[in-house]
Design a binder for this molecule. Sequence first.
Ligand code: G1P
Length: 277
Amino acid sequence: MVRKCLFPVAGYGTRFLPATKAMPKEMLPVVNKPLVQYGVEEASEAGMKFMGFITGRGKRAIADHFDISYELENEIRGSSKEGLILPIRKLMEENDFAYTRQNEMKGLGHAVQCGQYLMGDEPFGMILADDLCVADEGDIGVMAQMAQIHEKYGCSVVAVQEVPEDNIHKYGVIAGEEIEPGVFRVNNMVEKPAKEDAPSNLAIIGRYILTPDIFAKIEETGAGINGEIQITDALLKQAQEGNVIAYKFRGRRFDCGSIEGFVEATNYVYENIFKKA
Ligand code: G1P
């Protein structure tokens, strides 16, 4: 059982400036809900009830979002607006939230390392909130699917999807042997390869389950591409021991780290979720 989920949320979100000048990018709303809340709901659905956030300067709005807002709640009590706040109150009741800061931006691997004391010595999920995943109608979410894969194989799991070769340089890319339909035993991983160097067209998206030996692997991992400590490089060390599964998930994923993906997500959620609710 994976009980915890890590949310690295320290990044600057420069692609959304000026919107992200004083507001965390994870608080950008897709229709009426901040990106990070979609991530927390997905983790909670997967049975992960302890949310650990790796935050940074300027990210206090995230902690405030998952806290009681007495004045506001008092103001709307008994009004028609109260219903809008109930889902997040429920999320707060059912889950625990903890925060620690990454005070230097040294890469995603470094962010994970900052979460060692929050996650402890057990497997944990990790969600990059700017990848928004929406389940197919009637299906479970991507993290819940991955928890099942982890349960079966007992090792780290990364979610992958096929991307066009002109976009492959934006991602961590895997190669592996398909051991059941859509499930690969990973034998190679490269962070942000040039398209000629990509080992496949299977890109990692922001959903992971990591076994706790990842912390020792990160410790051994030097700076990689862009001078940053890359989680992909640390995962490669687990993969070389046969301990990483890549999983082609069901559902849709939107790259909300880009303006185009964010607008696409907004339109999709508005038409398919918000209007139907
Ligand atoms: C990170 C990871 C990369 C992964 C991507 C998914 O990159 O380093 O391996 O493919 O997230 O969104 P970033 O988008 O933070 O540059």
